[in-house]
Design a protein around this ligand. Structure first.
Ligand code: TNX
Length: 575
């Protein structure tokens, strides 16, 4: 990723000539009489670093509203145009975009500039709204895009509607200065277990963008399916795409992305300043590959395509005599994944590997990393890769839960913790996706009909109330393994092992499988915005009470967008 100097600066950002006031502690906002504290009416997610309400009248938008951009500001026009389209649909106003737009204006001007303070980093931005002028400044087009997301959330929820509404279109009078805490804020879609058609992936990208996520991790392969077109290995999609979890060959499909489909996803993501991180899982979770390519099996025979629900199935063959053939396979699939995607990161999986020796695992990780180095890519993997030699710049995805954490610093540290220590010692960074906090397939509560609960129930507070540093530390905080600089970011993981109704049992009918977007909406909202805030917002501006107040307001946007979220009974939703 092209990243700015560490974004850990969030809490200490220089804010130019303006004196910003840190947002009052959320408890104050909740206590204040309605309307008395202008900040109490804001409901931004993720919470920006610094917000001050000036107390002046809001900036009213109207038929004369224009968006002004300077032609020399790289990318500003396209961000401005995207924002204008949203406004046009929702308000019915013309909202012209251009350099001279302000001259012709008889109403409020929204001005976008990339000549903002570089100290805010690539994704940082400032907003000043007062009188008839809204100024959004950043150092890059990406920063403008993140800031435009904030402007969007400063407008009434009806801004999310595709139909024009006659509401009071106004932006509160505010000064905001904002930058992310972490560079990597990912969300993963398990298209391997359950295929998401391109339009459903785009819908997920829309939802990510609204909460300032910047990495879409596509889990493209698993036991139950292979979704990436690989020119050198057409069997992978001819055979490997004939299944999904619960769906045998012949029940539908084939389920895969053509190269054009994949490029459409990459382009759509890029338009939302989101990179696509592809994952080819192995040496375990690879039955779809083993069904397609006989040479990667020890007996040289293809396995039957798998559509069941077990884990711990046989791995790709790692005996010395098979290594040339497995290397050729890795060369083909990782080269294709690298070339089709936009990120400088490729995920090699590495999770839940039964019955391989450490030497075999090391060979697999090192060979994958070599292929990817030739493509100029960094390696990311589930934290089990931490036991193996890792090249510089690698990322380990820490998916451990509270039990692993509790063992940190004790004489009985779990193997997972040793993997974390070993990866950190090799200079790897960490993406935190603790299963009992950020796995979106964990049920919110026992009544939820979809998903699993092996890492426990994950209600909104659990998904919100954690910190990447704390999940790499002992429970009492006395032993901390990762420093702030070693945390690359966070990820929400939307697995799809049990994307059907009645998931406490195995399905007996395909009718139990719900449309993928219905599943994704339900398990992601309200938790995906919570994890976004863990990754973006400085600890100083975070509190669950205030988040809950804001999320209740955000839900009005979800209604406008048609998001079928879970009305978790512990959250005080409004009608
Ligand atoms: C564990 S965590 C897995 C996935 C499953 C998930 C279900 C990890 C890297 N592997 O294969 O989909 O649990 O919750």
């Amino acid at each position: 990723m092209s990243r700015s100097p560490r974004a850990a600066l969030a809490a200490t950002v220089a804010v130019g000539a303006l004196a910003f006031v840190a947002a009052p502690l959320p408890a104050n906002a909740a206590d204040s009489a309605a309307g008395a504290d202008p900040l109490a009416d804001l409901a931004l997610v993720p919470q920006p670093s610094h917000v001050a309400a000036t107390g002046a009248d809001p900036v009213e938008l109207g038929a004369g509203t224009v968006i002004k951009v300077h032609p020399l500001d790289d990318g500003a026009a396209s961000v401005g145009e995207g924002f204008a389209e949203l406004l046009r649909d929702a308000t019915g106003y013309a909202v012209p975009v251009g350099q001279r737009a302000a001259g012709a204006s008889r109403g409020a001007t929204i001005e976008l500039s990339t000549r903002g303070d570089a100290a805010l980093g690539d994704e940082g931005y400032t907003i000043q709204a007062e009188g008839t002028h809204v100024s959004l400044e950043a150092h890059t087009a990406e920063g403008l895009f993140r800031g435009a997301t904030t402007l969007r959330q400063l407008l009434p929820p009806e801004v999310e509607s595709a139909e024009a509404s006659d509401v009071a279109w106004a932006i509160p009078s505010v000064d905001i200065s904002d930058a992310p805490r972490y560079d990597y804020r990912g969300a993963m879609l398990d298209v391997g277990r359950r295929f998401y058609p391109v339009d459903d992936v785009k819908r997920f990208i829309d939802h990510m963008a609204l909460y300032k996520y910047n990495a879409l991790h596509l889990h493209l392969t698993d036991d139950q399916g292979w979704r990436l077109t690989v020119d050198a290995r057409p069997e992978l999609t001819q055979v490997g795409a004939s299944t999904q979890s619960g769906w045998k060959p012949g029940t539908g499909g084939p389920w895969f992305y053509t190269k054009a489909d994949y490029q459409e996803i990459v382009k759509y993501a890029a338009d939302h300043f989101i990179e696509v991180v592809p994952e080819i899982d192995g040496p375990s979770h690879a039955m779809a590959a083993k069904a397609s390519i006989p040479e990667i099996n020890c007996d040289g025979k293809a396995v039957a395509p798998y559509s069941g629900f077990d884990v711990g199935l046989p791995t790709i063959c790692l005996t010395p005599e098979k290594r040339a053939e497995v290397r050729a396979y890795l060369q083909d699939v990782f080269t294709e994944a690298a070339q089709q995607s936009s990120s400088d990161i490729v995920h090699i999986g590495g999770d839940e590997v039964p019955s391989t020796t450490q030497e075999q695992m090391d060979w697999y990780v090192e060979t994958s990393a070599e292929v990817l180095a030739e493509q100029g890519k960094r390696v990311m993997g589930w934290h089990q890769i931490g036991a193996s030699p890792l090249p510089e710049g690698s990322i380990m995805q820490w998916w451990a839960d509270a039990g692993d954490q509790a063992s940190i610093g004790t004489p009985n540290e779990r193997p997972d913790v040793r993997e974390l220590r070993n990866a950190l010692a090799q200079g790897a960074t960490v993406v935190a996706s603790p299963a009992d906090r950020s796995y979106l397939d964990m049920k919110y509560d026992a009544s939820v009909p979809y998903g699993l609960s092996w890492a426990g129930l994950v209600d909104l507070e659990r998904s919100y109330d954690w910190d990447p540093i704390s999940v790499t530390s002992s429970t009492d905080g006395s032993v901390s393994l990762a420093t702030e600089e070693q945390i690359e970011g966070v990820e929400a993981a939307l697995w799809a092992d049990r994307a059907y109704y009645g998931s406490t049992k195995l399905p007996t009918s395909l009718d139990q499988f719900i449309p993928v977007s219905q599943y994704a909406d339900f398990v992601s909202f309200p938790r995906m915005p919570a994890i976004a805030e863990v990754g973006w917002s400085a600890p100083e501006v975070r509190s669950f009470d205030d988040f809950e107040r804001r999320i209740v307001q955000q839900a009005h946007r979800w209604d406008e967008m048609g998001i079928g979220y879970y009305k978790a009974p512990d959250v005080p939703w409004e009608e």
